[in-house]
Design a protein around this ligand. Structure first.
Ligand SMILES: *Cc1c(COP(=O)(O)O)cnc(C)c1O
Length: 399
């Protein structure tokens, strides 16, 4: 932990950026290369016979590069991650009462996708150490109606995919066989698990390139990766009115300009992750031993992409005291934090009413203990030090 004297010096020196958002609104950075790529894609589209459609280069090039990066046979580009999650659930052809297990500590997107496709959400608890959907809890919630396990690679770390596969094999559905395991990797582009990139394991995986995420394609964007030919054909067709295979679909296509920018961003992804990891590891050292806080955990078989750096306050500080730390960081230092995420049904009546009677005490308690301090590839080491010094200061004053 940084000593009291060092802390004083660091806080006196100040930070270079006025405000750090808890989840910075430009998750990665653009350079001249992206601007040039975007302009070139526009220029290329100026001929009336050429324009912007349909799935024109460099969209297939971006898909190919992304599939290669993840080590998958296919990648399908989309306008955002949400429709990819919807497609994943629609592909399962859920019947009323069919159940899909999703983590309670989650963003709203995957449970809404289950609901949207006519399925029944079954909330699962998360492992307090990793914040990933807990395989033991998943197994306890499986019924004859369970169709899929739908983990989120939470906050940049991989979920324990092999554990879900084992469970999926052990509890096959009567008609459909082993349960589908589908990953929401919106926050986890570039992370790894057991020597594979996130996106390789599972029936399919969905990524987001929204402006907050690990790589960005001009505000919105998404990708599906899969090794399954049938899934790939379905998603490709369904993203444009089901033209190719006569399935239901709407328009969820990515533009040429986004794909051109995505190609450049993808080439920078490992560098972005390296920066996030450098900051996170420096932070682990600076904060080690900080009273009352648990630092993020990185299992040996994972490479965390640190989309978020998630801390847990001790049980006694859950709720009010956690909120107070966040308030002190904000008001005293212009450091914003986010709570990512409390159980999604707590704030969404729609989801609460859909899954009436389900209560997840462990996840609810974690929702009152967790918070994320800002991290971003462009953050300077000085600002990283400042954030740690400020956090220690606030915690000690509150102590
Ligand atoms: C951001 C996010 C999404 C949605 O991504 P979009 O590209 O904005 O649709 C889905 N799931 C999780 C976990 C997210 O963080």
């Amino acid at each position: 932990m940084i000593s009291a004297q060092e802390r004083k010096n660091i806080l006196k020196r100040g930070k270079t950026s006025m405000t750090w958002e808890g989840e910075p609104l430009l998750g990665s950075s653009y350079g001249e290369e992206e601007i040039e790529a975007a302009v070139a894609a526009m220029r290329d589209s100026m001929a009336p016979s050429r324009g912007f459609g349909f799935s024109a280069p460099p969209i297939p090039d971006f898909e190919k590069a992304f599939a290669e990066y993840c080590g998958t046979k296919h990648a399908v580009a989309l306008n955002s991650a949400g429709p990819g999650l919807d497609q994943a659930m629609r592909y399962l052809n859920l019947q009323p009462g069919d159940e899909v297990i999703v983590p309670a500590v989650n963003f709203v997107a995957s449970p809404l996708a289950v609901m949207g496709a006519g399925g029944q959400i079954v909330w699962g608890e998360v492992d307090p150490k990793t914040l990933q959907l807990d395989p033991n809890d998943v197994e306890a919630r499986i019924t004859p109606r369970t169709r899929a396990i739908f983990p989120v690679h939470m906050n940049g770390l991989s979920a324990p995919m092999d554990d879900y596969f084992e469970i999926a094999e052990r509890h096959p559905h009567d008609v459909h066989g082993p349960l589908a395991v589908i990953g929401d990797a919106a926050r986890a582009c570039g992370g790894s698990y057991r020597g594979t990139k996130i996106g390789k394991k599972g029936l399919l995986t969905v990524f987001s390139f929204h402006t907050m995420k690990n790589i960005n394609t001009l505000g919105e964007g998404g990708m599906i990766t899969t090794d399954d030919d049938d899934v790939a054909a379905y998603c490709r067709s369904s993203r444009f009115y089901g033209m190719d295979t006569d399935v239901w679909g709407t328009s969820n296509v990515m533009t040429k300009v986004q794909a051109a920018v995505g190609l450049v961003q993808l080439s920078k992804l490992d560098g972005f992750i390296e920066s996030r990891r450098r900051l996170a590891h420096q932070r682990d050292e600076m904060l080690e031993g900080i009273p009352g806080l648990t630092l993020p955990f990185e299992p040996d078989d994972c490479v965390h992409s640190y989309y978020l750096y998630t801390l847990l306050v001790k049980d006694e500080w859950a709720g009010e005291k956690r909120d107070q730390i966040m308030k002190m960081l904000d008001e005293g230092h212009n450091i914003k934090c986010v709570v990512a995420n409390p159980p999604v049904y707590e704030k969404r009546k729609l989801l609460r009413e859909h899954a009436k009677g389900q209560s997840l005490p462990l996840s609810e308690q974690l929702g009152r203990r967790l918070f994320c301090i800002p991290i971003h590839p462009a953050m300077s080491d000085e600002d990283n030090e400042y954030i740690c010094a400020a956090l220690i200061d606030c915690v000690q004053r509150l102590g």
